[in-house]
Design a protein around this ligand. Structure first.
Ligand SMILES: [Zn+2]
Length: 54
């Protein structure tokens, strides 16, 4: 069993992936990346249109 983190794949979080092969982990990471980080550019906007915590 191998364990790698999202960070190790260049991701933005430290979620751990566990699988028996590197290829399986890489696939998990890829799917996670598509699910979790695909909206990074589309940051949620407040209804008021003003975000003060830039
Ligand atoms: Zn991640």
């Amino acid at each position: 069993m191998k364990t790698m983190t999202c960070n190790q794949f260049g991701g933005a979080c430290s979620l751990e992936f566990r699988a028996s092969t590197f290829e399986a982990i890489a696939e998990l990471s890829k799917q996670h990346g598509m699910e979790m980080h695909k909206t990074q550019d589309a940051r949620p906007r407040s209804p008021s249109g003003h975000a003060e915590d830039g």
